[in-house]
Design a protein around this ligand. Structure first.
Ligand SMILES: Cc1cc2nc3c(=O)[nH]c(=O)nc-3n(C[C@H](O)[C@H](O)[C@H](O)COP(=O)(O)OP(=O)(O)OC[C@H]3O[C@@H](n4cnc5c(N)ncnc54)[C@H](O)[C@@H]3O)c2cc1C
Length: 304
């Protein structure tokens, strides 16, 4: 029986792991892909204290991993499929086996919200992407579209203009939601053409993306736009599926916690981007992880 299982190896999970091991808890962290979570896709991190001038996402993750391993955190590359309460403890089914634990820290982060249009799922990885940093370089001298009206879409359009010959920024409103400086960066970039008041209603292509079907929200007119790739930035959704029947979620599916990171079920804590929180950043995820580990340790002491 473990004291703590941490699900997710982003900054929230790794911070929880470092604090838990240093508190003497028998802990394992499961990560289904690669350590670092969303940080791996961030280009340069310029707002995490301790790195004047910034640090690349992968480099920051490498340092966090080194730190976690140095304190002795047991990290396993494995996916958790199910959590079942079992007589005061929690039973987890993973891709490779089963484990029982007294506490669980959900640090599973968020994923991109899909557009939900015909062709998107079929052409995912064949021109449809949700990560400019991961896939942008594949579109050197090609034409791409970015879909979304917020900061992330505008930033990624700028980033993609380093590689692509033409970037279309397609958004539903009159103008994008951005600071004046941010908007000017878009307006002054000769490679970016904004297409306002427009939504994407379909993606065409046989083996790869060939065109988008656009609909003008004012006139209702539809048209095709030839592109080689499309990057979708229409929001995020929480990876809270493991606990959706076990703990309270808000109406968007984010896990509700108190300030100790406790969920509505004793023994289950949630940290970082997956929980309902006013700010989703590395610094806040790390703070949540530390808080959860400390309160989980107090909870375990109260049981004994
Ligand atoms: C493009 C981009 C740029 C960003 N730039 C910045 C920035 O400059 N500064 C900043 O502070 N923040 C930035 N952020 C936000 C920051 O990356 C997140 O707030 C932070 O990574 C959240 O950490 P987390 O641990 O909660 O979740 P995540 O980092 O998302 O990690 C969750 C992990 O859980 C794993 N997981 C999910 N389900 C399971 C399962 N069932 N079993 C096992 N593992 C599972 C996932 O594979 C993932 O590795 C950026 C985010 C993005 C996408």
């Amino acid at each position: 029986m473990k004291d703590m299982v941490i699900i997710g190896g982003g900054p929230g999970g790794l911070a929880a792991g470092i604090y838990a091991v240093r508190s003497g808890l028998d802990t394992v962290l499961y990560e289904r892909n690669a350590l670092g979570g969303s940080v791996l896709t961030a280009g340069k991190i310029e707002n995490y204290p301790g790195f004047p001038g910034g640090i690349s996402g992968p480099e920051l993750v490498a340092r966090m991993e080194e730190h976690a391993r140095q304190v002795g955190l047991n990290i396993e590359f494995n996916e958790v499929h199910e959590i079942t309460p079992d007589n005061g403890s929690l039973h987890l089914r993973t891709r490779e086996g089963e484990v029982s634990t007294r506490t669980v820290v959900i640090a599973t982060g968020t994923g991109p919200r899909p557009l939900g249009v015909e062709g998107e799922e079929r052409l995912r990885g064949r021109g449809v992407s949700y990560c400019a940093v991961c896939d942008g370089a594949f579109f050197r001298n090609q034409s791409v579209a970015v879909v979304g009206g917020g900061d992330a879409a505008a930033e990624e359009a700028n980033y993609l203009s380093r590689f692509a010959s033409q970037v279309y920024l397609i958004h539903p409103r009159e103008s994008i939601r951005r600071s004046r400086v941010g908007r000017r960066r878009i307006d002054e970039n000769p490679k970016i053409k904004t297409i306002p008041k427009t939504e994407v209603i379909g993606i065409k292509g046989d083996k790869a993306v060939e065109a988008l079907i656009l609909k003008n929200r004012e006139t209702g007119e539809t048209s095709d736009l030839q592109v080689d790739g499309v990057f979708v930035y229409v929001g995020i959704r929480p990876n809270s599926y493991l606990v959706q029947k076990l703990v309270d979620l808000d109406d968007r599916g984010f896990i509700i916690t108190d300030w100790r990171m406790r969920t509505s079920r004793a023994g289950i804590f949630a940290v970082g981007d997956v929980r309902r929180t006013p700010l989703r950043q590395i610094a806040t995820a790390v703070g949540d992880g530390a808080t959860a580990a400390i309160w989980a340790e107090k909870y375990l002491t109260s049981l004994s």
